[in-house]
Structures are given as structure tokens and as C-alpha cells.
Ligand binder design. Structure first.
Ligand code: NAP
Length: 489
């Protein structure tokens, strides 16, 4: 099938599974549509257990050669892959916006963010140092080395179709592992394009494989395989828990980047303009469909009116439109299930006493477009306080004291990210330490970067991606005790 998109590199548009360096069709196919228009983008080969087993076998076969490669050579391949992503940024962004819906400017930003993980791990892979430990007895040496865990499976969501992949594959390949990737069936085209560029960069056949299609069948094949030694998953807490249960049969290592319920707290002493900028960035990026998106705004009494007035102006100014339309800030939601969840949360909040300040309905553009929405007088009984809304809805609570807001912020099973605005240095350290999350933005609404460890606590999962810690999940320690040596002088 040829692409309707005008790509500079038409070969970046692929619709089949990528196994052992070749494009492999399936007997069944499924449609991938543009969420902004409902238009058919591609009929994609639908992988199931058979294709997944073939991909696992290819990764197993490719593993010995890849893990033997010098770290420097693996780094060279990853750096080339990163550079190719940047060189083809416009094509990758066009594919991403077409299948995911985010504005083109955000899609370009994601391409750069995604490429940064390949570059980062190209460098980190050369610093997988071991240890020489003072021995516990004479005539012995104790040495600790780090080895790749082996064949890895990655399962990724639709909200960042490139970046969620590269922050796994960059680390895995740098560590010397081979990989089978299952992207979301909503957004496989970005992952396939990534595979094209990976091959061009010199990733050997079988080191990176992509299968897309029947999620439970692919998931079962991966989880039942004793060849796959680790699974790295980004997605919902529900599926993360399922995979962790399934991993117990073969005792696979698991890392889980799951959902959040981020609080955004504005204290009386905050810089109100900076807080509004941070609120807009952390709430409305990707139409509110990021795991680190603010889900609950807590505003202190003394600053409440000033903040809400400016926040409402900024929310009203957001422009909803197709990702390809110039000036669009908010694209469509990914599908009708997502739209229905947003509608349910807003209606439930209004029924329980929330005041509607901006939006509150589907957008006139129809489809899955929803108006940027601002609600005040939110309370903890509302569904939007309990679970991720994953849409362009800002729900605001009013609070009086620091202890009160700390208890509210931590009153959730999730613990991914939190944000707060304050200019009181003493409070900044203490409050950040008492938040039960993996990441804190202090006077800052955008926290994601390849240089810092990304991940959560509680039911937001475990494991860290990016940073110098991002390699750890793909490495095993091996300790060698060499005995019978001379004791020396
Ligand atoms: P999801 O439904 O859990 O899907 C994530 C991935 O799991 C998709 O590839 C999906 O495949 C696959 N999957 C579904 N059922 C499966 C099964 N039985 N076995 C194996 N794989 C299965 O999550 P989503 O709705 O796509 O993504 C949104 C969620 O991801 C939100 O909760 C968000 O907070 C979270 N997220 C977390 C982070 C983080 O770093 N913590 C980052 C981004 C997103 P199909 O799509 O093909 O069904």
C-alpha cells in the first residue's frame, strides 16, 4: 500500500512487520486511521503469535553477534540512527501527526526528543564499567562485570509513538541486548519508519524487530517465551499488572512505566505568571494525553483568584484543530473511547458540584476533538480526582495549608510526577521530598529529558528510563571470584 502522505522518503511508509531485517506480511490486516479525519492511512499486517515467535527467534539468533560488538561500535550505530531521525524529521513528524493527531510542531519536538535517547545511550554504552572489589580472603580477586540481559521485549503506547520506543531501544541496544518491539496498534507507522532508519544506520538484521497487531496474542507469546529475559512496558497500570503476573512463570525481569495522577500545586508565594505558563505546558501538551500531564490543580487561597483569572485567559486562547493546520495547539483525542472517558469525567464533575469556566463539550470540529476545559470547585469524590482523565481538562481545587495539600497530592495509588510553584526555598526542598512520586517539577512544568531518570513509584511502576540509570534495567551483574592466586607483597 502506498502512502497518501507526501514524504520526501516514501520508503519510510511501511505497513508490514519487521522481522530479521525483512518486511513480513501477515494473513490478516487491520486499518490504521487518522484520528483527526477518520481517513484510512494504512492497512497494516496484523501480527499474532506466529510472527512474534519468528521475531523472538530472530532476536535470539542476532544476540551473540551484537553483544560481542564493541560498545564503541554499537554507539556509532546508535549515533547514526539518531542523526538519521533528525535528518528526516519532517517525514517522521508527518507520519506521527497523521496517525497520532498531535500538532506538527509537537511532533517535530517529539522526533528531536526521541532522537536524543539514541544519542544519549550511544555515549552511555561506553561507560558500562564494572568493579574490582577488595577480596574477603588472601590469594583471591573479586571482579564484578555487567552483561546484557539478553533478548528483550518492549511494549509501547500510542501517545509518544517514537520517544517511548527510542528510550527503550537506545538503552537495550547500547547494553548489547536484541529486541522485539510491539508498538500500539494505533500508531505502528512511526515504529516501522524507525526500523527503516535503524537498518540504514547499521543495526544488524534481527537486533531490532517490530511486530504490530493482536496485543493479547503478541503479549502472550512474549510472556510465555523463555528466550525473552526482560520486558519493558509503558502503558496503563491495568496492562502493566497483567504483564507482571504473566512474567512470573518464566521469572522475566520487568520494568513498568505506568499511568499517573499528577498534582500541580500553586502556593501563595508563587510567581503567578510562571505558574500559568507551567500549567499550560504540563496540562495541554498532546491534548492532555501524557502520563506526566497534570490531572489535579491545587491552588492556595491567597493566589487563587489571580491565578484562575490568568489561567482561564490562557485556556480560552488555545486553538483546536487538525495537527497539520497552522497554529493548532490541541489536536484530536486518539479514539472515541478516549473521548467518552473525557466526557464522562466532565459530566460527573459537574454533577458533583464543579463549576464550568471554559469548554466542557465536544468541539464543533466533531470526531474526537474536545474543547479545552477548565473546571473549578473540584473535590476528591469526582472521577477526575481518582484516575487519569487523559484529555484537555484542567480540574482545580482550592486549599488553605501546606499539610492539607500534601495529603491531597499523595492521596492516590499513583506516583509518577508532581509539580509545584513556590519561591520559599525552605519549603521547596522539604515539600519536594515529601511528595510520593518519582519526578518533581519545581517552578517548572516540563520535566522530561534524556539526561534525568524517568519513572514512578507506587502503582506508577518501577524501573527508570533515560539518564545514566537507564542502562541498568538491561544489564545483569556477574561476580567472578578468582582463587588460588599468589598473595603478593
Ligand atoms: P495500554 O492500553 O496499556 O497500551 C499500552 C501497550 O500495551 C499498547 O502497545 C497495547 O497494545 C499493549 N497491550 C494492551 N493489552 C495488552 C496485553 N494483553 N498484552 C500485551 N500488550 C498489551 O495503554 P495506552 O492507553 O496505549 O497508553 C496510555 C497509558 O500509558 C496511560 O495510562 C499513560 O499514563 C501511560 N503512559 C505511561 C508513561 C510512563 O512513562 N510512565 C508514558 C506514556 C504513557 P494495543 O495498543 O495494540 O492494544
Amino acid at each position: 500500500m502506498t502512502s497518501l502522505l507526501a514524504l520526501t522518503r516514501p520508503d519510510l511508509f511501511q505497513t508490514q512487520n519487521f522481522i530479521a531485517g525483512a518486511w513480513v506480511d501477515s494473513t490478516a490486516h487491520y486499518p490504521v486511521v487518522n484520528p483527526a479525519t477518520g481517513a484510512l492511512l494504512a492497512q497494516v499486517a496484523r501480527a499474532g503469535a506466529t510472527e512474534t515467535q519468528a521475531a523472538i527467534a530472530a532476536a535470539q539468533q542476532a544476540l551473540p553477534g551484537w553483544r560481542r560488538t564493541l560498545a564503541k561500535e554499537r554507539g556509532t550505530v546508535l549515533r547514526r540512527w539518531s542523526a538519521l531521525m533528525l535528518a528526516h524529521c519532517d517525514d517522521l513528524a508527518a507520519l506521527l501527526t497523521a496517525e497520532q493527531g498531535k500538532p506538527l510542531a509537537e511532533a517535530r519536538g517529539e522526533v528531536a526528543y526521541a532522537a536524543s535517547f539514541l544519542e544519549w545511550f550511544a555515549e552511555e554504552g561506553r561507560r558500562v564499567y564494572g568493579e574490582v572489589v577488595p577480596p574477603h580472603k588472601l590469594g583471591a580477586r573479586v571482579v564484578v562485570t555487567k552483561e546484557p540481559v539478553g533478548v528483550v521485549a518492549a511494549i509501547t503506547p500510542w501517545n509518544f509513538p517514537l520517544a517511548m520506543v527510542t528510550r527503550k531501544v537506545g538503552a537495550a541496544l547500547a547494553a548489547g541486548c536484541s529486541m522485539v518491539l510491539k508498538p500500539s496498534e494505533e500508531t505502528p507507522l512511526s515504529a516501522f519508519a524507525l526500523a527503516v532508519l535503524g537498518q540504514e544506520a547499521g543495526v544488524p538484521a534481527g537486533v531490532f524487530n517490530v511486530v504490530s497487531g493482536d496485543a493479547p496474542a503478541i503479549g502472550d507469546a512474549v510472556m510465555q517465551s523463555d528466550v525473552v529475559r526482560k520486558v519493558s512496558f509503558t502503558g496503563s497500570t491495568r496492562v502493566g499488572k497483567l504483564l507482571m503476573r504473566q512474567a512470573s512463570d518464566t521469572l522475566k525481569r520487568v520494568s513498568l512505566e505506568l499511568g499517573g495522577n499528577a498534582p500541580f500545586i500553586v502556593f501563595d508565594d508563587a510567581d503567578v505568571d510562571a505558574a500559568v505558563v507551567g500549567a499550560m505546558a504540563s496540562k495541554f501538551r498532546n491534548a492532555g494525553q501524557t502520563c506526566v500531564c497534570v490531572n489535579r490543580f491545587f491552588i492556595q487561597d491567597g493566589i487563587y483568584d489571580r491565578f484562575m483569572e490568568r489561567f482561564a485567559v490562557a485556556v480560552r486562547a488555545l486553538k483546536v484543530g487538525e495537527g497539520t493546520a497552522p497554529g493548532s495547539d490541541i489536536g484530536p483525542l486518539i479514539n472515541t473511547t478516549a473521548l467518552q472517558k473525557v466526557e464522562r469525567h466532565v459530566q460527573d464533575a459537574i454533577a458533583l458540584g464543579a463549576n464550568l469556566i471554559v469548554g466542557g463539550e465536544s468541539h464543533a470540529l466533531g470526531g474526537t476533538f474536545y474543547q479545552p476545559t477548565l473546571l473549578t470547585n473540584a473535590n476528591v469524590q469526582m472521577q477526575l480526582a481518582q484516575e487519569e482523565t487523559f484529555g484537555p481538562v484542567a480540574a482545580c481545587f482550592r486549599f488553605k495549608t501546606e499539610d492539607e495539600v500534601l495529603a491531597l497530592a499523595n492521596d492516590t495509588p499513583f506516583g509518577l510526577s508532581a509539580y509545584f510553584y513556590s519561591r520559599d526555598l525552605a519549603r521547596v526542598w522539604d515539600f519536594a521530598e515529601r511528595l510520593q512520586v518519582g519526578m518533581v517539577g519545581v517552578n517548572e512544568g516540563m520535566i522530561s529529558t534524556e539526561v534525568a531518570p524517568f519513572g514512578g513509584v507506587k502503582e506508577s511502576g518501577f524501573g527508570r528510563e533515560g539518564s545514566s540509570h537507564g542502562l541498568d534495567d538491561y544489564l545483569s551483574l556477574k561476580y567472578m571470584l578468582v582463587g588460588g592466586l599468589r598473595t603478593g607483597g
